[in-house]
Design a protein around this ligand. Structure first.
Ligand SMILES: Cc1cc2nc3c(=O)[nH]c(=O)nc-3n(C[C@H](O)[C@H](O)[C@H](O)COP(=O)(O)OP(=O)(O)OC[C@H]3O[C@@H](n4cnc5c(N)ncnc54)[C@H](O)[C@@H]3O)c2cc1C
Length: 337
């Protein structure tokens, strides 16, 4: 009663936001530029942090212009880092709210929300004899977490970026090459063109024998999955996607009502309801934004929505929950937010 409307924990948060028992948070302690549009953010997680496995990602909640936005970022620091801090490395994308904020505006001292690390794009317990890392652009981040964490006898990396100066962690990669801990092929797509997956025969002749971790844009990963499957070695390929593969966009959208907030907006049949809600200023829960973590599930009160990955229509029924990050309006609907 004494502290109403704030809770005692709100006061504790002011003096000790990273304490044990507090909602998990982290403090940004440094931001190091990596390339013109990418930076590594050094975070000190609060006491409840359980640690990660190399290759996993963490969801972070960042306040941008007064709105809390959640995004996923791969952890780029090794698991045995001694100072208890972790790093993520973010590439600013065109019109990207969180990525530009982190790369260009985040300052040391800022508190962010953290989830526990998660993800199954990880190294196995038993070390494979030969490893291939196939990456492009910011897709290098989970792999850098692995490279910094675990040494293998025989590691080859094929990495694509528009130009040499766009290669994130380039100096560190070249140091590993000089120490004979890595064989690296850089594909500079501005001059070499996009990597034709068939070129792997020439770049890494024994690619099919290698346990492979691939992360990059959908085009590269789709081609890799097809290639590995064609050669019957798909079980050796592990992929991580930063965006969902949208295969269907419905023709018509509809009027979307967020009944708890009392807002109604028009939506097309291709834009995720999560984006529609955020754009309308509705407080939407969110997570990976690609349909894997279920952090965005919300009751569908009325109407119908379309799953953008499969085209499947879900109609409102009592208890029906939808993933707003991969669902678009399929006619008028009411989302309980
Ligand atoms: C498991 C996982 C791990 C990830 N790890 C990293 C990482 O280590 N480093 C990193 O930089 N990013 C990573 N991402 C992507 C990251 O979560 C955000 O999607 C990205 O930073 C864009 O967020 P934003 O708020 O800047 O863009 P938004 O404001 O959400 O979007 C702006 C525009 O860009 C488009 N867009 C959204 N995401 C992407 C994308 N990834 N690529 C291209 N266009 C996009 C949107 O459709 C929209 O048109 C990861 C994503 C996942 C799911």
């Amino acid at each position: 009663m004494v502290t109403t409307p704030l809770l005692p924990s709100d006061y504790l948060d002011l003096v000790s936001p990273l304490r044990a028992g507090a909602e998990l948070r982290g403090r940004i302690e440094a931001v190091h530029p990596e390339t013109d549009d990418a930076a590594t953010v050094v975070i000190r997680p609060g006491r409840g942090w359980r640690g990660h496995t190399a290759g996993q990602y963490v969801r972070i909640g960042v306040d941008v212009d007064g709105v809390r936005l959640w995004r996923a970022y791969s952890i780029t620091s090794p698991t045995n880092r001694q100072d208890g801090r972790v790093t993520i490395t973010v590439k600013a994308i065109l019109d990207g709210k969180v990525s530009n904020h982190l790369v260009r505006r985040a300052t040391p001292g800022t508190l962010i929300q953290l989830d526990q690390p998660t993800g199954d794009f990880v190294l196995p317990q038993a070390k494979p004899a030969k490893v291939l890392y196939l990456t492009a652009g910011s897709g290098i981040t989970p792999v850098m977490g692995m490279l910094r964490d675990t040494e293998f006898d025989d590691v080859v990396m094929v990495h694509c970026a528009p130009q040499p100066q766009d290669v994130i962690f380039r100096n560190e990669l070249h140091d590993l090459v000089a120490d004979k801990k890595l064989r690296l092929t850089e594909v500079h797509t501005d001059t070499d063109g996009k990597l034709d997956i068939a070129r792997l025969d020439e770049l890494v002749p024994d690619w099919a024998e290698r346990e492979t971790w691939a992360c990059g844009p959908a085009g590269l990963l789709d081609a890799a999955e097809e290639h590995w499957t064609e050669h019957g070695v798909q079980e050796r390929l592990h992929t991580e996607r930063f965006r969902p593969s949208i295969v269907v966009a419905g023709d018509g959208g509809g009027e979307v009502t967020f009944s708890a907030t009392g807002k109604t907006v028009d939506a097309d049949g291709a834009t995720p309801l999560l984006d529609i809600g955020e754009e309308a200023g509705v407080l939407m829960p969110s997570g990976c934004r690609m349909g894997i973590c279920f952090g965005c599930i919300t009751p569908l009160k009325a109407g119908a929505v379309r799953d953008l990955r499969t085209g499947e229509i879900t109609e409102a029924e009592p208890g029906v929950l939808i993933q707003t990050c991969v669902s678009a309006a399929a006619g008028p609907c009411d989302i309980e937010r």
